[in-house]
Design a protein around this ligand. Structure first.
Ligand code: FE2
Length: 336
């Protein structure tokens, strides 16, 4: 890496999205920088905590010695790409992911980070622009995620649950919930596909996509919501179900995750007040992951709970809100 200092220093801040139209930077996992591949975007390297510098230019081929440094674990955890080149970035990642996941020469931790990286990008796109093309790409990607997790031991699923950003954002939260839910499903069923549904992963990552139809000012409101605002928020499972159903890319279990992830075993949830087994088991898994990740995330209005405190708090709601069998699977993810 020492030989890859940029030829001209142009330090830029690394603003955190969303920036409402302003440019920001998106992370790129190093495993995507395999030797000889041609970059379709400018690549930046981090400088300190919140700055980047130009590193490689669009059209340059990735030098072999950079890839060697990456394989030896001497590269930065992430490189960066400007947000105005995000379309090229996402396509590049989608084109190369299969090859990366199957390259045994690349350490498993780097392959996991690449998988997590693209999952986060596609989730971001789906939550911001839930159109047919975006949802179709998300559906195809989620099948790869499931296949990858089923090819590897449960420890890999657990590794992916720990790669998320602990600062809260809608799509970041959805990615954490998706990987947590899949890891729980793998704990319960052994192979995820043995649970009987290939589209489950899509439901776990897109369960909250109905929030895209709710005004941002309501979702981001710092204080308590008015009655009519809260009533609107409670419609997001119906909005999400309808959005996924209309796309025709998802089957019933995925739709049920979007529709029923706020239902409670005692019937006091929403939108329908379903009870116990009326709630799809995948939705019961998602409810646990959703609450756990929300409790352990850093948010502007609240500090993050420790894993132990969050699990202790949730344990009080077993039987009334949460399913004990799936709660045990969640606890197992954090046992050493
Ligand atoms: Fe939700």
């Amino acid at each position: 890496m020492d030989s890859f200092q940029p030829s001209h220093i142009l330090v830029q801040r690394l603003p955190r999205p969303p920036e409402n139209g302003r440019r920001y930077f998106l992370p790129l996992a190093p495993a995507f920088l395999s030797s000889g591949w041609e970059l379709p975007f400018h690549l930046y390297s981090p400088l300190g905590k919140d700055r980047v510098v130009p590193f490689l230019s669009r059209g340059e081929k990735i030098p072999a010695r950079l890839y060697d440094a990456i394989l030896r674990g001497r590269a930065t955890p992430y490189f960066y790409v400007r947000s105005d080149e995000r379309a090229s970035l996402y396509r590049y990642e989608e084109d190369l992911l299969d090859e990366i996941l199957e390259t045994s020469q690349t350490p498993l931790s780097l392959r996991c980070r690449a998988l997590h990286n693209l999952t986060a990008h596609l989730a971001r796109e789906a939550y911001e622009n839930p159109h047919r093309d975006t949802l179709s790409r998300q559906s195809a990607h989620c099948q790869k995620v499931t296949a990858f997790l089923d090819r590897h031991p449960p420890a890999v699923a657990r590794t992916l649950t720990r790669m998320g950003d602990r600062r809260y954002s809608d799509h970041g939260h959805a990615v954490n919930v998706g990987f947590l839910s899949l890891a729980m499903a793998k704990t319960v069923h052994g192979r995820i596909l043995d649970s009987g549904d290939e589209e489950m992963a899509s439901g776990f990552f897109l369960y909250d996509v109905g929030k895209s139809r709710i005004q941002r000012q309501i979702l981001d409101k710092p204080g308590p919501l008015k009655k009519e605002e809260w009533a609107e928020v409670r419609k997001h499972p119906i909005y999400g179900h309808s959005l996924l159903e209309r796309s025709c890319f998802f089957d019933q279990p995925a739709l049920q995750i979007a529709l029923a992830h706020h239902e409670r075993l005692d019937g006091r949830g929403y939108p329908w007040g379903l009870c116990g087994r009326e709630i799809h088991p995948f939705a019961r898994i998602c409810a646990l992951a959703d609450t756990f990740d929300a409790l352990t995330a850093h948010r502007p209005h609240k500090s993050a709970l420790s894993i132990y405190s969050a699990l202790s708090l949730m344990k009080q709601d077993l039987g009334s809100r949460f399913d004990g069998r799936f709660f045990d699977a969640l606890v197992l993810l954090f046992r050493r």
